[in-house]
Ligand binder design. Structure first.
Ligand SMILES: Nc1ncnc2c1ncn2[C@@H]1O[C@H](COP(=O)(O)OP(=O)(O)OP(=O)(O)O)[C@@H](O)[C@H]1O
Length: 273
């Protein structure tokens, strides 16, 4: 299996704070790869290095062999890298449809000038094609009933789904999901987990996900990497990671009996025993 993303020896410092120390890992094409770790472990920092928001203090990142370490964040969509954010980043005053359309911005070929010759230059054909793609995503994520609703008026779980739709609209090969289930109830999480599996399996997107909900992570991920205090402490298939003593220690206090997640809720304790 070809390597999609290759992260080599990445360190990131903010003044005296070491957010990441010498982190290396690779995500293969077609994989559903998750990163877990206690609060402040460096998970979002890694996503921000991949998406170009942060530039690593040391190390390099390659995407399908291209060095993306110092590349402008705006160049990522053109390479096929999309992302969602931990805190929603939708245009709240715009409709669901328009929010998703924005995701296709970098795919628009017609510009201001050619667009003004709407019927002659193929701009109309192009717009129809974009609309067709957007409708396909709306169907896939079951957003038909809210397609014209103003994004900011929707319940939180639905807004997270619209954000996923917008990231999908970019047609990425690699999609970075930063806590896609945060703040969701059980049913919403189940739905979101199904969409993520489907976009990996049906759309063939490579998925890199940060998520606190261990049940979901262990259930749907092919491989899991664990960060603690900015360092990688484990990587492997879900069962191996759960059984890893370093992982147990990172999530356990010295005295705790059960494996707990960062919010101190019990997680699949039987698999960890
Ligand atoms: N912009 C920043 N300036 C200073 N310190 C930062 C910045 N971003 C992150 N950090 C620090 O880097 C460390 C890693 O933070 P990061 O947000 O990557 O962790 P995380 O694993 O995503 O945490 P959480 O699960 O709480 O979202 C923390 O100590 C954090 O305070």
């Amino acid at each position: 299996m070809a390597v999609a993303l290759d992260v080599r020896g990445v360190s990131l410092r903010f003044g005296g704070v070491r957010a990441l120390t010498d982190v290396s890992f690779a995500v293969n094409d077609g994989e559903l790869f998750s990163i877990i770790g206690p609060n402040g472990a460096g998970k979002t920092s890694i996503v921000n290095c991949i998406s170009g928001r942060y530039r690593p203090t040391e190390g390099q990142l390659f995407y399908h062999g291209t060095d993306i370490t110092g590349l402008n964040p705006n160049a990522r969509p053109g390479l096929g890298i999309g992302r969602t954010f931990q805190n929603l980043a939708l245009f709240h005053h715009m409709s669901v449809l328009d929010n998703i359309m924005v995701g296709r911005h970098h795919l628009l070929k017609n510009n201001f000038l050619t667009g003004s010759l709407y019927w002659l230059t193929g701009a109309r054909k192009e717009e129809l094609e974009h609309r067709r793609k957007v409708e396909e995503i709306i169907d896939f994520l079951d957003l038909q009933s809210v397609r014209k609703a103003t994004a900011g008026t929707l319940p939180y779980g639905l807004r997270k789904r619209v954000e996923l739709a917008r990231a999908m609209a970019l047609e990425p090969n690699l999609i970075l999901l930063d806590e896609p289930m945060a703040g969701m109830n059980f049913e919403e999480k189940e739905d979101m987990a199904r969409y993520i599996v489907d976009l990996n399996e049906e759309y063939g997107m490579t998925v890199m996900m940060i998520e606190h909900d261990m049940d979901v992570v262990m259930d749907i991920s092919h491989r899991v990497m664990v960060l603690d205090f900015g360092r990688k402490i484990a990587e492997g298939d879900p069962a191996a990671v759960l059984a890893d003593p370093h992982v147990k220690r990172a999530y356990l206090g010295e005295e705790d009996e059960a494996l707990v997640d960062p919010d101190h809720a019990p997680i699949v304790a039987e698999s960890a025993a």
